[in-house]
Design a protein around this ligand. Structure first.
Ligand SMILES: [Zn+2]
Length: 329
């Protein structure tokens, strides 16, 4: 009898599971590049996908670098509606590339190497003089519990300042899959307006081998599936109700020319750091601070805490790194 029930129930449960994943899941997630008009502004669609069987675009506002989900039927593609010309004209590449987003994308993925070869490429500090700092917290895959004390101190700061604290979390897909409860806790702080999080793509697997040279390690490992490493983490973020941003942080800050060109194609700006606290790099105005929030680098958190507790410090959103952006977000 028991076995019969089981035999009867198993296919039903399986079908229910499939229905559930089909409803909540994001499917056909692809790179694209389509200029268009949505939310009353010029936007560039950088991803296409289906959610609940409806077609969507992930778009970026090329002035503010903010991203949005837009249903495909609300996106007016190709023709420039910004100037309200009748009939509207096609966008020109000249106009597109004059925008802060494209300007930064081309600049930080194709500029000559500034630092030691393949290391810390991309933007490492604000393009303008500021007292404010940018906090980036890396969530590489880890079996440990996340650094809740760090996040709680940010929530405490938010309560004191009565405003959400802007931070950027560089998240790997594997960390998210293995730490769903902790991720949900962070999502709840966002919902409660305690944290204003920009999600930086930190690859999916974040592979690392203790016995390989850096030029073959991390994402430079020969068997790496570049498309999956980029798109899968974004897809998981969307499935969890969060918006991917246009920023990418290389695991170990290690990249190469091929990867930089791939990032450019996928519309992602590499984020380095000039203040990796645990590596003895001090933070100052305009710094992109790097710490680990996955409990893998407690010495960095120890150095960060006094900066968080110093209420006068101003924390800026990572979307405000560029010189040429309009002031308001
Ligand atoms: Zn990492």
């Amino acid at each position: 009898m028991h076995t019969n029930i089981k035999r009867f129930l198993t296919p039903i449960l399986f079908v229910l599971y499939l229905c559930h994943t089909a409803q909540a899941g994001i499917t056909d997630y692809h790179q694209t590049f389509i200029p268009g008009f949505a939310n009353d502004h010029f936007q560039i669609a950088i991803r296409t996908y289906y959610k609940d069987n409806n077609a969507y675009f992930l778009v970026v506002n090329p002035d503010t670098l903010a991203t949005y989900e837009v249903p495909a039927n609300k996106f007016r593609e190709r023709r420039d509606m910004t100037e309200r010309l009748n009939p509207p004209r096609y966008y020109t590449w000249e106009r597109i590339k004059s925008k802060p987003y494209i300007n930064a994308l081309l600049n930080y993925t194709s500029s000559p190497l500034i630092f030691e070869k393949n290391k810390n490429q991309g933007i490492t500090h604000a393009e303008y003089a500021t007292e404010g700092m940018f906090l980036t917290i890396d969530m590489c895959p880890s079996t440990k519990y996340f650094d809740k004390a760090l996040f709680q101190s940010l929530v405490k700061l938010s309560n004191e300042k009565q405003q959400p604290i802007p931070i950027a979390i560089a998240i790997s897909g594997l960390w998210l899959l293995e730490h769903q409860d902790e991720f949900n806790w962070i999502a709840e702080q966002i919902k409660q307006n305690k944290l204003a999080v920009t999600w930086i793509n930190h690859s999916f697997s974040h592979v690392y081998y203790g016995d390989l040279a850096l030029e073959k390690n991390f994402l430079l490992f020969p068997y790496t599936n570049i498309t999956l490493e980029i798109l899968e983490t974004e897809k998981i973020l969307l499935e969890n109700g969060q918006l991917p941003s246009v920023f990418f942080r290389f695991p170990g800050l290690i990249s190469n020319k091929e990867w930089m060109l791939q990032l450019q194609k996928f519309g992602l700006i590499p984020i380095g750091s000039n203040a990796w606290l645990a590596a003895q790099q001090d933070a100052k105005g305009g710094s992109i601070i790097l710490v680990h929030g996955n409990s893998n680098e407690p010495e960095g958190i120890k150095l960060l805490m006094p900066l968080i507790n110093q209420q006068l410090n101003e924390w800026l959103p990572i979307t405000a790194l560029l010189r040429s952006q309009p002031k308001s977000k």
